[in-house]
Design a protein around this ligand. Structure first.
Ligand code: AMP
Ligand code: ZN
Length: 493
């Protein structure tokens, strides 16, 4: 029997706003699509929180025995400034600013994204499609939407006709909006607007002469709108209706609402059975965001090079910090909270390291079966990681008591305890073992301290050529030396 039969999973479905028992379309299989990053700048910790939350879900589905196809896209065209239909393309803008090709922007930030998610132990998805790799399919579905009467062409651009759609389907059902109310609260369109209704959105945009990212289409040279890529890439790989679609809360409207409308208009059926939205990471109570610059970047947290932080934190500690909150709650990043998580993380790791050496006895003072059931109950109740972690610390308390000789445990219970705690911590929560992160940073510390020593010796011998060379070469590797009154320290950029 698979674990998913034994521990039925409940998911909070944003469509309808209720917790529902998860029933996949095909027994034993899960199709999951998550909106990936727009690769025009480095990912910040807020983005990482969202991808970590879905990684935890992906891992739990697999742990339960499901075969999962997890599709997470890369947005490399069509996402305009302020999520609007009229701004500049975020990637094209960055390319102009840096005087490089848009695809160089895409490459640079896709590589950065992959490096960071690997540090956080986020598994690669099964498929990672790009918007520019699916232009043909996007043109195809736009043609179908026009044919069915739910889109119109104006001046080389194609717009989705929200009002027409709303006559047959329901626009706004995911975000709890009504088109009539939305219309009552919006100003009339200006005479030069290409749209029939202010809530219509672009499926295809005409490329002006200066626009670099352009493709030929039946409506002339242009580029796809932001929402259509996700409709195409999700249904292409997961089917016209699939199990789960996820993304951060901020994408619910308009992005996901428009995805539903496009799929229903084009294919005549609802695309998604369960919508999951993760909540925001905040900094000083405000959403962490690229556009307002309220950010902490992963490299700053790994090196401590941010004035908000008193020290550096290992990726596993940051992941543990994120997992201590439910994915649907707001989480505020602060140095105090990270310090508390670090303490908790090492307490958990120490207890897990002690498991190997625990002595067993004729009886158990701790009901391991009930505890194991509690762990599954927590995770199967809408992926409740904070409750799971509370149960893990319950086990830590018992492990420490057994270690002190105040409690006993049988051999068979110790095996169950070890397997269960390792499965939840390493496989499901994706928290790496302390020894791994500690060893990595110890190695680096050792090498850098040696280089600092050699540089100091060179300076004492007035060999400034060598000492400057060491400093400059380290800078080119992203390592900054700082000379202070207590000696030389380093930070990673
Ligand atoms: P973007 O690259 O801006 O399209 O964002 C990629 C993903 O990160 C989306 O799912 C966003 O919802 C999510 N995201 C953006 N900001 C935050 C934040 N402060 N906290 C959590 N997730 C976020
Ligand atoms: Zn999307």
């Amino acid at each position: 029997m698979q674990l998913y039969t034994k521990y039925p999973l409940k998911i909070h479905n944003s469509l309808g706003g209720k917790k529902e028992e998860f029933k996949p379309i095909k027994e034993g299989y899960v199709g999951m699509y998550v909106c990936g990053p727009t690769v025009y700048s480095n990912v910040h910790l807020g983005n990482c929180r969202t991808f970590m939350s879905f990684d935890m879900m992906f891992r739990y589905f697999k742990h339960l025995g499901y075969k999962v196809r997890y599709v997470r896209n890369i947005t490399d065209v069509g996402h305009l400034e302020n999520d609007s239909d009229d701004g500049e393309d975020k990637i094209a803008k960055k390319a102009k600013l840096e005087q490089i090709e848009p695809m160089e922007v895409v490459q640079r930030y896709t590589v950065d994204f992959h490096n960071i998610i690997e540090k956080f132990n986020i598994l690669p998805p099964s498929i990672e499609p790009t918007a520019t790799g699916h232009i043909v399919e996007q043109i195809e579905i736009i043609k179908q939407i026009i044919e069915k009467g739910f889109a119109y062409v104006t001046n080389g651009s194609v717009y989705f006709d929200v009002q027409k759609f709303n006559e047959k389907y329901e626009y706004g059902k995911l975000s709890g909006r009504r088109l009539e109310d939305m219309m009552a609260n919006t100003r009339e369109l200006t005479a030069q607007s290409e749209k029939r209704n202010p809530h219509d959105f672009a499926l295809w945009k005409k490329a002006g002469d200066q626009h670099i990212m352009r493709w030929p289409s039946p409506w002339g040279d242009g580029f796809p709108g932001w929402h259509i890529e996700c409709t195409v890439m999700s249904t292409k790989y997961l089917g016209k209706t699939f199990d789960i679609h996820g993304g951060g809360m901020d994408l619910k409207f308009p992005h996901h609402e428009c995805e539903i409308a496009q799929a229903e208009a084009g294919y005549g059926k609802a695309p998604v059975n369960y919508w999951i939205h993760t909540n925001m990471l905040t900094l000083n109570g405000k959403k962490m965001s690229k556009s307002i610059g309220n950010n902490v970047f992963p490299h700053e947290i790994f090196s401590g090079a941010n004035e908000l932080l008193s020290k550096a934190y290992a990726p596993a500690v940051v992941r543990f910090f994120m997992m201590q909150a439910h994915y649907s709650s707001i989480l505020d990043l602060s140095d105090d909270a990270l310090q508390a998580s670090e303490k908790g993380y090492y307490r958990l790791m120490d207890a897990m390291s002690a498991l190997e050496k625990l002595e067993t006895g004729p009886e158990s003072d701790f009901d391991v079966q009930v505890w194991r059931q509690n762990c599954y109950d927590a995770m199967s109740d809408d992926f409740n990681t904070p409750i799971l972690i509370a149960h893990l610390f319950d086990a830590v308390k018992h492990i420490n008591q057994i270690k002190e000789g105040n409690e006993t445990i049988t051999v068979s219970d110790l095996i169950v305890l070890t397997n269960t705690i390792e499965a939840f911590v390493f496989d499901v929560l994706g928290i790496a073992h302390a020894s791994q992160s500690k060893e990595d940073s110890n190695d680096l510390d050792g090498v850098l301290n040696l280089l600092i020593k050699l540089r100091n010796e060179a300076r004492e011998n007035k060999d400034f050529e060598t000492s400057d060379k060491i400093r400059d070469e380290l800078i080119s590797l992203g390592i900054q030396l700082k000379d202070g009154k207590d000696g030389t320290t380093f930070s990673l950029k």
